[in-house]
Design a binder for this molecule. Structure first.
Ligand code: XMP
Length: 483
């Protein structure tokens, strides 16, 4: 029995154990399509997700990720109201049609209208009388308004409007032709039903690949603990497009039954994890989740494998889970251990549909981590959610608490400052495209299907990195002197 444990032992592979074989290609990197599935109903133009960690994803990160076609998941190491508010702020950041429009009546004193515009940071207010649109008031109208006057004295009465079902192209034309900033939408009885602004359209055109919902709002995910149904419900109400059940070990009977309960209450997609085996994939899929998050211990800040002796090298874990997931059409997120763009290509070649990043995004402008200077170089704080620092501020149900003490499964540290998220994503997507070119894969599906691995030795790995040269500068996609 004990000897068998070793005679039947399986081998596990991770990023540095393999390379992808080059293949005959007719595919140019600039022409490949890197769009992919994040969960059953969510597609992304860029298959990269920011991890729900308190030094990685708050609203600034989620907004940046969504704008560049990727996806952010707000962390849960904070009071429920704060997480809910962050989701709301991401959803409010951009929209095609504003539905909850601020309005005034013709009798509203000018001073009141001025205050509304100032406090809400808006440049125009539709004017309603008995719910019907009778005018529009812009900042310009206020400039020469006499003291003591009311909105009806200065508003523009001949308002240019559009019907409620106007399509975006027509709306843009109307705004453009009439040189106006705001286009109120009205129903057949002239009731105001929405507002399109030139500012929102310009923002939208600046980010053509953004991950948006049907209303044109940026999409965002939010993490919840496995037993926190109330939080999940509130996050969904606030507009979260994806709920991520965030636990270190999802293949746990209590967690599985809790996910089943959550499934009944939550209608947006649910991603659950983390897992690393085929059996765990079957168990989660039987709870009707819409995506699987794979990775037990590969993360840069993880000590699970060292503390608990448990884990599966990440490429093997991805392939085990993906083998099951493909039977059910459920997307797989490869979470943790990614240090270079080549690792993203390998993760997808092993069966993932997208990758989740912690350390590679923690050093960006948009992460919430604190900045610091170490030996003259700029860093940002980055810590594991199972580190003592994170555990003592709240998230103790992701990792173990035995008696009075925490059993940490992560460390705290800092990562080099890396500039803006879009600069990092540009390099990562560029590397992914290059890899796809070498394999002859014109899209993510083809990369998963065609790519083959070659096992490499430690000499092969050494040969892969720059060698026999003293590096005097760092390219933006290769850091050797990280720490
Ligand atoms: P990277 O390598 O991108 O990994 O920094 C991020 C992922 O690591 C996981 N994570 C942890 N795992 N102990 C762990 O064992 C921890 O304290 C911890 N904190 C985060 C998580 O899956 C994240 O996305």
């Amino acid at each position: 029995m004990y000897r068998d444990k070793f005679s039947n032992i399986t081998e596990g592979y991770t990023f540095d154990d393999v390379l992808i074989l080059p293949m005959k290609t007719g595919v140019e990197p600039k022409n490949v399509d890197v769009s992919s599935r994040l969960s059953r109903r969510i597609n992304v133009k860029v298959p990269i997700v920011s991890s729900p960690m308190d030094t990685v994803t708050e609203e600034a990160m989620a907004i940046a990720m969504a704008r560049y076609g990727a996806f952010g998941i707000i962390h849960r190491n904070q009071p429920r109201e704060k997480e809910v508010e962050m989701v709301r702020r991401v959803k409010r950041e951009e929209t095609i049609i504003i539905r909850d429009v601020y309005t005034v009546s013709p009798e509203t004193p000018i001073e009141v209208a001025r205050t509304i515009m100032k406090t809400k940071n808006i440049a125009g207010l539709p004017v309603l009388k008995e719910e019907k649109l009778v005018g529009i008031l812009t900042k310009r109208d206020l400039e020469f308004a006499k003291q003591g006057s009311t909105v009806s004295d200065v508003m523009v009465k001949n308002v240019i409007t559009a019907p409620e079902n106007v399509d975006l192209e027509d709306a843009i034309n109307i705004l453009h032709k009439n040189r106006i900033e705001k286009l109120p939408l009205v129903d057949k009885d002239n009731h105001l039903v929405g507002l399109i602004t030139a500012k929102d359209i310009i923002t939208r055109q600046r980010f053509p690949d953004a991950t948006r919902d049907d209303e044109g709002q940026l999409m965002v995910g939010a993490a919840v603990g496995p037993f926190d149904l109330d939080r999940a419900i509130e996050l969904e109400r606030a507009g979260a497009d994806l709920i991520v059940v965030d636990t270190a070990h999802a293949d746990n009977e209590n967690v599985l039954s809790s996910i089943k309960r959550m499934r009944k209450e939550i209608s947006v997609d649910i991603v659950a994890g983390n897992i690393a085996t085929a059996g765990a994939a079957e168990d989660l899929i039987s709870c009707e989740v819409d995506g699987l998050r794979v990775g037990i211990g590969p993360g840069s800040i993880c000590t699970t494998r060292i503390v608990a002796g448990v884990g599966v090298p990440q490429l093997t874990a991805i392939s085990e889970v993906a083998e099951v997931a493909k039977e059910y059409g459920i997307p797989v997120i490869a979470d943790g251990g990614i240090r270079y763009s080549g690792d993203i290509v390998k993760a997808i070649a092993a069966g993932a549909d997208s990758v989740m990043l912690g350390s590679m995004l923690a050093g960006t402008e948009e992460s919430p981590g604190q900045e610091m200077i170490i030996n003259g170089r700029k860093y940002k704080a980055y810590r594991g959610m199972g580190s003592i620092g994170a555990l003592s501020t709240g998230i103790s149900d992701r990792y173990s608490k035995l008696g009075n003490g925490f059993i940490a499964e992560g460390v705290e540290g800092a990562v080099p400052y890396r500039g803006r998220v879009d600069e990092v994503l540009f390099q990562l997507v560029g590397g992914l495209r290059t890899g796809m070119g070498y394999v002859g894969a014109e899209n993510i599906g083809k990369l998963k299907e065609r790519a083959r691995f070659v096992r490499i030795s430690s000499n092969g790995l050494r040969e892969s990195h720059p060698h026999d040269i003293r590096l005097i500068s760092e390219p933006p996609n290769y850091q050797i002197s990280n720490y």
